[in-house]
Design a protein around this ligand. Structure first.
Ligand code: UDP
Length: 417
């Protein structure tokens, strides 16, 4: 019987403000999953890097959940691309915490490749089994970002070793599973597809007029929404370019862009300049970061949620939009082509193709009845397939399986990677 679970999420803490360069889906994932596990009676300790000297070592975040701040590298926010060098310190401080507290864990759930490296080493030392969710894969990032990818090249070898040593690998969607097999030769029998979820107490349908009133937005305009981290791979430029091709003045249309932080100012500036160059700056509104409590009003106020990343390991924002009853036009990539049912809850398009996106937006807006039906289907689909309760119950089945058949492996450092 599993009782105590360690989550490792080296750069993504549920305490972080979301919307910056490195704070998004993974922060939500570890926080929401931990909440579900705690509600089911498990004790969860969530280990994350100390990013501020004033943070307490151990915070009782909610009943059954502690957030443990690990000293690994300077106690300030630093880009995740530079964190690998601090993982030995991370491992040692985790061991120190376990010693101080005289506790061990039945299982580790590692998030991202650097946490997985720590988990792999802890397994070798303490024989604790581990499950990994990569959240993103180095090979895929390299494929799309090329020379702009600043992660150290060792990432790939670490991911390969993790695929060999993990007791189970959580793929977030069928595409993720295929990539793990194709690029990493991950053993198929060790992969379980479990999607991300959405918190339906946080995201639910709100009357469109009410939502617009709350946000001070006009009632009679077509509202398109883009929401997320402002990083180039999210393809926000593609949405602005498509918007510029629409007859936005004649039809009174507005594009709201929510998200962005001080660490993504360059991308925000680039996007604002693009809007000016395309002469749509009066119709494109950059709102900046918004609080979690406000997001549902943005989703609900919009006629369409648009997200066209180059690639997407999963993508929680389309789920949030659908939970609020808003159809999604999304890239036909990764998790989006799994979460958005093409023609039922939205429409899938090719990324980096503003012409096609503009054409699709036009078509969808021409059929308001169909749009409304898509919104209804969207809420239904999310509640049937993508709640955190469902995610947690699938995850618990994996945990039980892993702990039931755990074999003790000898510690041989040379075999780690
Ligand atoms: N988010 C937020 N405020 C922002 C931008 C994003 O709260 O200004 C949240 C968003 O609601 C979602 C998460 O960050 O829950 C982004 O997750 P997703 O999986 O879509 O993208 P990722 O950040 O993992 O690339």
């Amino acid at each position: 019987m599993i009782k105590r679970i360690a989550f490792i999420s080296e750069h993504a803490s549920p305490l972080a403000a979301l919307g910056g360069a490195d704070a998004g889906g993974q922060n939500v994932y570890v926080g929401e999953l931990a909440k579900q596990l705690a509600a089911a009676g498990y004790a969860v300790d969530l280990f994350t890097r100390r990013e501020d000297p004033d943070l307490q070592r151990c915070i009782e975040w909610a009943e059954g959940i502690r957030i443990v701040h690990i000293d690994a590298g300077p106690p300030k926010v630093i880009a995740k691309e530079t964190l690998l060098q601090y993982m030995p310190a991370f491992r040692e401080d985790m061991l120190a915490f376990m010693n101080e507290q005289r506790i061990s864990y039945d299982l580790i759930h590692a998030n991202f490749f650097m946490s997985a490296l720590v988990a792999m080493e802890l397994k070798a030392i303490l024989q604790i089994p581990f499950v990994v969710t990569f959240h993103a894969l180095g090979h895929i990032r390299l494929l799309h970002q090329g020379d702009n990818d600043r992660f150290p090249p060792e990432r790939i070898a670490i991911e390969e070793a993790v695929c060999r040593k993990a007791d189970n690998i959580i793929a977030e969607c069928p595409q993720d599973r295929e990539d793990l097999i194709h690029y990493y030769n991950a053993p198929e029998e060790k992969i379980t597809v479990i999607p991300c979820g959405v918190n339906t107490e946080e995201f639910y349908p709100v009357n469109k007029r009410t939502a617009r009133e709350i946000l001070g937005l006009p009632e009679d305009e077509i509202l398109l929404l883009q929401l997320g981290r402002m990083v180039p791979r999210k393809g926000v430029d593609n949405v602005i370019e498509a918007f510029a091709r629409l007859n936005h003045k004649a039809t009174k249309m507005r594009l709201l862009i929510v998200g962005g932080d001080t660490d993504t100012v360059n991308e925000l500036e680039r996007l604002k300049e693009l809007a000016i160059r395309l002469k749509v700056e009066d119709r494109v509104v950059f709102t900046g970061q918004k609080s979690r409590a406000e997001l549902k009003f943005f989703y609900a106020a919009a006629d369409l949620f648009i997200t066209t990343p180059w690639y997407e390991p999963f993508g929680i924002t389309p789920l949030e939009a659908m939970a609020c009853g808003t159809p999604v036009i999304g890239s036909m990539v990764g998790g989006i082509k799994y979460s958005v049912a093409d023609g039922q809850t939205g429409v899938l398009v090719s990324p980096k193709n503003p012409g096609m996106l503009a054409h699709t937006i036009r078509n969808v807006l021409r059929a308001p009845e169909q749009l409304e039906e898509m919104g209804v289907n969207a809420v239904r689909r999310v509640n049937r397939m993508f709640t955190w309760e469902l995610v947690a119950s699938q995850m618990l089945a994996v945990y039980e399986k892993v702990c039931g058949r755990q074999k003790v492996l000898p510690y041989e450092k040379s075999h780690l990677y």
